[in-house]
Design a binder for this molecule. Structure first.
Ligand SMILES: Nc1ncnc2c1ncn2[C@@H]1O[C@H](COP(=O)(O)OP(=O)(O)OP(=O)(O)O)[C@@H](O)[C@H]1O
Length: 201
């Protein structure tokens, strides 16, 4: 399986963020999007996730499910945690599993994977920033999708949680998954390639 972007261009607010951008990421590979603030790392992830329309270019998941779009085969972890504060940890994850067409039987193991099982009954509104992020990460574990799009996934995570996330990313790659992550620092992946985006500092 290969995620292939060709000649992609992105325009936001009538300003060209990037143009002529190409990349290919194979199953089992990670591509780190690096570059200064405003370079377009988040924009590229949002474009692949189907949240921003490309001004030009094509994006295909070669070897993916031809019945599904690229966004339907991708998990997008953005800056917003997309949780309902009045619902518990378990209820939030159950919502996401249903929404993403997953199996609720995967819920408990996913909470364990992000070490939230002890606060499973707490409303999400009471969670710390790092706990909220871990709950968002749990949906990637609960519902299998071949492409992970992660925007600064370690933000708010403590050292133990960063190591746990690194383990989850490595397992995803070992299973043939594709990973693209925007980051300003190391993510604990030894073999990741980098795509450097330009732009204003
Ligand atoms: N909705 C929007 N409307 C107009 N311009 C936008 C919009 N969203 C982002 N931009 C602009 O697009 C450019 C790229 O932003 P983006 O968030 O993709 O950068 P980034 O590389 O992820 O930056 P950072 O490292 O700060 O997260 C910035 O100049 C930003 O101001």
């Amino acid at each position: 399986m290969d995620l292939i972007g060709s000649d992609l261009a992105c325009v936001r607010g009538q300003r060209e963020i990037f143009a002529g951008l190409g990349f290919r990421v194979a199953g089992g590979e990670a591509l780190l999007l690096v570059g200064p603030n405003g370079a377009g790392k988040s924009s590229l992830l949002r474009l692949i996730a189907g949240l921003v329309r490309p001004a030009a270019g094509t994006l295909v998941l070669d070897g993916g499910d031809p019945e599904l779009s690229v966004p339907e085969q991708a998990h997008y972890l953005g800056h917003q945690d997309a949780l309902k504060p009045s619902l518990t940890v378990t209820e939030n994850l159950a919502f996401w599993i249903d929404y993403l067409g997953g199996d609720r039987g995967a819920l408990e193991a996913a909470l364990d994977a992000v070490a939230l099982e002890d606060i499973a009954d707490l409303p999400a509104g009471y969670l710390s920033a790092g706990q909220r992020r871990r709950l968002s990460i749990a949906r990637l574990v609960a519902v299998a999708r071949p492409v992970w799009l992660l925007d600064e996934p370690t933000s708010a995570l403590d050292v133990a949680s960063q190591a746990r996330l690194a383990g989850l990313m490595q397992a995803h790659l070992a299973g043939g998954g594709i990973l693209l992550a925007a980051t300003h620092g190391p993510l604990g992946l030894d073999t990741a390639r980098e795509l450097r985006l330009g732009g204003m500092a």
